[in-house]
Write a protein that binds this ligand. Structure first.
Ligand SMILES: [Fe+2]
Length: 381
């Protein structure tokens, strides 16, 4: 029997998904002074264990990693893929689908220690399967966050250059804590459904937000699964949409009822950077090939070769269809959350928030948007 204040649970042994025949057993518990985790792996050319006290704390995880870890099996051990076996940080990663229509939480990752190719393959695979991934409890500075972001593609400095972080133009702060955030057009300039950089010739392929300060209430990001929205169209509508191209322009497009205007373009120079562009209404994902509705929100204002009233009616109909509750997930942040979403297969919208008056109602996140394929997929393109 466990002593008072001591709790223990053992996960069912599972065969790893990477075809190496490794079996993982995870034991978690609480000593009464804090949680611990013991994870043991055997088979498939791997053996070893990781023990961590209070595994949610990065510094203790690092200390535990120095003592023990997953080791290669001795020569002659059975191993189908030993030459390309994943390093420990990838082997220990768990992908847990959210209790929502889509999205997944990633566990067992410390991005402060860097992300190698094996881990990036797991993360990108999770993103393309689940559209949104949440990596909790991260401790990152600007450089380590940017280093991670660049592994997903080429960062895109925001067209609104006054939104870029001084010294880090590829980063943008988002929230309600800075002097400029007293202006509701800036503070809530993303509180309408949109797709990042859909107004650019080469739009964003992924966006990530890293939460430094999270308010007790509010501050969620809402996501819409545009791949499921496409799948849930009837076949006649899917056929009708084939080949349609939509015109996009920053600041244009019809807003839905109660949506505020987007953070406005501040000068002619910014406006010149974003001339109208056309993108397919149904976009095939460049890595998976899966079809999705693309960018029906802010900026989508016309359809090539279609009368304006007919185009507006079709865009409205599709937006109503996409924004059904069954296609929506709302993420409530905790400090340390790093949320990545597939911008080619989602729309998103911030929820309106007031000006910060204390830490309890403060919201501060760092944003990175990238275009192109992640390096681990670009090499295979
Ligand atoms: Fe956005």
């Amino acid at each position: 029997m466990a002593p008072a204040g001591f709790a223990l649970s053992v996960d069912t042994p599972r065969v790893d998904e990477d075809e190496t025949d490794a079996v993982t057993v995870m034991v978690t518990g609480d000593t009464g002074h804090g949680p611990f985790l013991l994870r043991s792996v055997a088979g498939g050319g791997k053996r070893g264990y990781i023990f961590a006290l209070n595994p949610r704390r990065r510094e203790e995880k690092q200390a535990s990693d120095q003592g023990v870890g997953i080791q290669d099996a001795p020569p002659g051990a059975s191993c189908r893929r030993q030459a390309e076996a994943d390093p420990p940080e990838a082997k220990m990663t768990e992908i847990v689908p959210l209790e929502a229509a889509f999205g997944a939480e990633i566990r067992g990752v410390d991005l402060g220690a860097g992300a190698g190719a094996a881990l990036m393959r797991r993360l990108t695979g999770a993103l393309y399967e689940h559209r949104v991934i949440i990596i909790r409890d991260q401790t990152l500075d600007e450089a380590s966050y940017l280093g991670f972001g660049r592994q997903w593609g080429e960062p895109i400095p925001h067209v609104l250059d006054h939104m870029r972080m001084p010294g880090y133009p590829d980063l943008m702060t988002v929230g309600n804590t800075e002097a400029r955030d007293e202006d509701p057009k800036i503070r809530n300039g993303a509180a309408l459904w949109h797709t990042d950089q859909s107004y650019e010739e080469t739009p964003a392929s992924a966006t990530m937000l890293y939460s430094l300060i999270a308010p007790r209430q509010g501050g969620e990001t809402q996501f819409c699964d545009m791949a499921a929205a496409y799948d849930n169209l009837d076949e006649a509508m899917q056929r009708r949409l084939d080949g349609i191209r939509v015109a996009h322009k920053y600041g244009r497009g019809k807003r839905r009822r109660d949506e505020p205007p987007a953070n406005p373009i501040a000068n002619d120079e910014q406006d010149r950077r974003v001339p109208p562009v056309y993108h397919p209404l149904v976009m095939r994902h460049p890595v998976t090939g899966r079809k999705a509705l693309y960018a029906l929100g802010h900026g989508a204002y016309a359809i090539e070769g279609m009368a304006d009233d007919e185009a507006e009616a079709l865009l409205d109909e599709l937006k109503d269809h996409a924004l059904q509750e069954r296609h929506i997930y709302r993420h409530k942040y905790a400090a340390g959350d790093l949320v990545v979403w597939d911008t080619l297969q989602t729309m998103h919208a911030a929820t309106p928030i007031g000006v910060a008056t204390s830490k309890a109602d403060s919201r501060l996140l760092w944003r990175i948007s990238v275009r192109g394929k992640p390096a681990v997929h670009a090499a295979a393109a």
